[in-house]
Design a binder for this molecule. Structure first.
Ligand code: DP6
Length: 366
């Protein structure tokens, strides 16, 4: 079912709500089945599913005060990233807020000041669009609820937040749900949609909801391909059709593994997906090589440790050189001892983030 959230009724009257603020903390996520390729207004070419992280998150406060009454004016916005004005980010957010004028016409009646900060170091190489855009979308839904007494049911609130997050950045659609979330229509996930993410936590084996994710920073430099440019490469990619079919098939294989805690199958699919994403980029035109020699060395170490010990430790990658190491909490002690001895010394400035599956976003009341 397609959702239409455009609503010209969402306009503030009189001088209610002269000023106020809302704050949300929202996590980043790691896709296990990757979204790579989009069309139309931020619609995915294939279904994806991700692990909601915990330690890696963004906190966003949205302050508003009423402007002089006229709805013909554009968005009025000041944005501060980690306390400093951030003009490029502000332009992107302003364009986004203008683009959802049909959904939230009241935004033009306000002057907005956004303060946003990440829990992870600015240059850690961790993609922040999922956490930043989901935090913003959640703030917008809180404003709607506050102004109009709508979205009182949690499911309606989170579905709309996911929809709005998707319009800002596709992967952000999955960050609003705890532990794991799927985005994109797939026959094996009831209620799944290309327009918003759905929760998957209630189907997960406990060893999956308590999963650990060590993020090994190989290089903190900025990525050489933006994800928008990366998605665009898929439009003319020779392997595109096969890839989209493969993502759907892998999803069908992965879901039972998540339900039963089948780590062998989970890990095999997670690694294949990560390497497929990089293979697609290497084989695109222009071609991108986003792994570094150290990424490959660490992959080798992890696979060798796994073969030697039989322990369930696997890797994934985003569109960059850093490794996400995935393992069950029950083996955290042995696996983290290995990471500290054989992997972290080779990370950039020995930087790593001890992350895990997380309980999802949280509204913060001051
Ligand atoms: C490799 O969500 O960053 O992380 O929709 O253009 O903002 P836009 O792209 P984005 O792409 C994420 C790509 C990925 C895989 C994934 O998260 O599924």
């Amino acid at each position: 079912m397609s959702l239409d959230y455009s609503n010209s009724q969402l306009i503030l009257d009189t001088s209610d709500h002269p000023q106020g603020s809302v704050t949300w903390r929202s996590p980043s996520n790691l896709a296990i089945i990757k979204y790579w390729g989009k069309h139309g207004r931020q619609l995915p070419r294939n279904p994806s599913i991700s692990l909601t992280l915990d330690a890696a998150h963004t906190t966003t406060t949205l302050h508003y005060h009423r402007r002089e009454e006229t709805t013909t004016q554009g968005i009025s916005l000041d944005l501060f990233f980690e306390g400093e004005p951030a003009p490029a980010f502000a332009d992107r957010i302003k364009r986004y807020l203008e683009s959802i004028g049909d959904i939230y016409p009241f935004l033009r009646q306000l002057h907005l000041t956004i303060h946003t900060e990440n829990s992870f170091p600015h240059s850690s190489g961790i993609a922040s669009s999922a956490s930043a855009m989901s935090a913003l979308a959640l703030c917008l839904c809180s404003l709607e609820r506050h102004f109009f007494d709508t979205l009182e049911e949690e499911q309606a609130f989170l579905t709309k937040a996911s929809y709005l997050a998707r319009l800002a950045s596709g992967s952000a659609a999955r960050s609003v749900f705890p532990f794991m979330s799927a985005w994109g229509r797939h026959g094996d996930i009831a209620g799944s949609s290309d327009e918003y993410g759905v929760p998957y936590a209630s189907f997960l084996h406990p060893s999956i909801t308590t999963m650990r994710n060590a993020i090994l920073i190989v290089s903190s430099g900025t990525k050489s391909v933006s994800s928008t440019a990366g998605h665009a490469l898929m439009e003319t990619h020779l392997y595109a059709t096969t890839r989209y079919m493969q993502a759907g098939q892998r999803m069908s294989q992965l879901l039972p593994a998540l339900q039963h805690g089948d780590w062998d199958l989970f890990g095999q699919i997670a690694e294949n997906e990560a390497l497929t994403l990089h293979a697609l980029m290497m084989a695109s035109n222009p071609s991108y090589l986003l792994m570094k020699p150290m990424s490959l060395q660490l992959i080798d170490s992890i696979r060798k440790f796994r073969a030697d010990t039989g322990l369930p430790v696997y890797f994934s990658l985003d569109a960059g050189p850093n490794l996400h190491v995935l393992y069950p909490e029950s083996h955290a002690a042995e696996i983290e001892a290995f990471l500290k001895a054989d992997c972290i010394p080779f990370c950039e400035k020995e930087t790593w983030i001890a992350d895990r599956a997380g309980a999802g976003p949280k509204e913060i009341f001051n």
